[in-house]
Design a protein around this ligand. Structure first.
Ligand SMILES: [Fe+2]
Ligand SMILES: [Fe+2]
Length: 239
């Protein structure tokens, strides 16, 4: 388990993949400042960050971690930062590998993966866009309404809740569909240190799927559960 007194440098030396998590919180992976000091300065919820580090390090922690203890706002902060990181870093990196793969060997086999990723990217970008533009703003307004009870927020909730219910139900269905491919990719681990571009692509996809699994789990089983429960309470109060 990770202590709050460790430095990012020590943590990333132990597990290089945590660099990806730190980068979305703008934490330098080689920083020698203690994690608790960085989080206090940058107003990051350290308990959430440490729970995430443990899950990135060992996927089996996901089931044991009580992410429901975190606020809607903290959870959305992590989810929004992750979307940005996927769009600006992760997906372009995978595209670069595919580009190199296509240039190195122009087999029709590679072409299939390039086409597959193009389609995959289209779907996932529109998925993130809907969450960023519809789901997360709704969650923030609902959270604010619970705290301050403003009339303006109440109208917004009433006008948008059916759309959000539909979106959350759809999310669950889509997630069940991608599960098999995700399971397969997560299991992939390269056999040697000298990797071909194809193995680099598979390795990047594997890490991306692991990342998305944690992301979707928090989104669906924690954030959406909170929203369902809050909406239920809201409906009882407003019938
Ligand atoms: Fe998301
Ligand atoms: Fe999602």
């Amino acid at each position: 388990m990770i202590s709050h007194l460790l430095t990012p440098k020590t943590i990333t030396q132990y597990d290089r993949n945590i660099v990806h998590l730190f980068s979305r919180f703008n934490i330098g992976p080689d920083s020698t400042q203690k994690l608790n000091e960085i989080c206090e300065k940058d107003e990051i919820n350290i308990n959430l960050l440490v729970d995430l580090i443990n899950c990135y390090n060992d996927l089996s922690c996901l089931e044991k971690t009580k992410f429901e203890d975190y606020s809607i706002i903290d959870l959305i902060d992590y989810l929004e930062r992750s979307h940005l990181y996927y769009l600006e870093k992760k997906i372009p990196e995978i595209e670069q590998s595919l580009l190199k793969l296509g240039l190195q060997e122009s087999f029709s086999f590679n072409y299939i993966f390039i086409k597959f990723f193009e389609e995959y990217k289209k779907d996932i970008v529109s998925h993130f866009k809907t969450e960023d533009e519809v789901l997360f703003p709704f969650c923030k307004v609902l959270d604010r309404y619970i705290k301050f009870n403003s009339q303006e927020d109440l109208i917004y909730i009433l006008e948008n809740k059916e759309t959000v219910y539909h979106l959350m139900n759809q999310h669950k269905k889509n997630n069940d569909d991608v599960d098999d491919l995700q399971k397969l990719l997560i299991k992939y681990s390269p056999k040697s240190n000298k990797l071909s571009y194809f193995e680099i692509f598979l390795n990047q996809m594997s890490l991306f799927q692991k990342d998305l699994k944690i992301h979707a789990e928090i989104e669906e089983n924690v954030l959406m559960e909170k929203i369902y429960n809050n909406l239920k309470a809201f409906e009882l109060k407003n019938v």
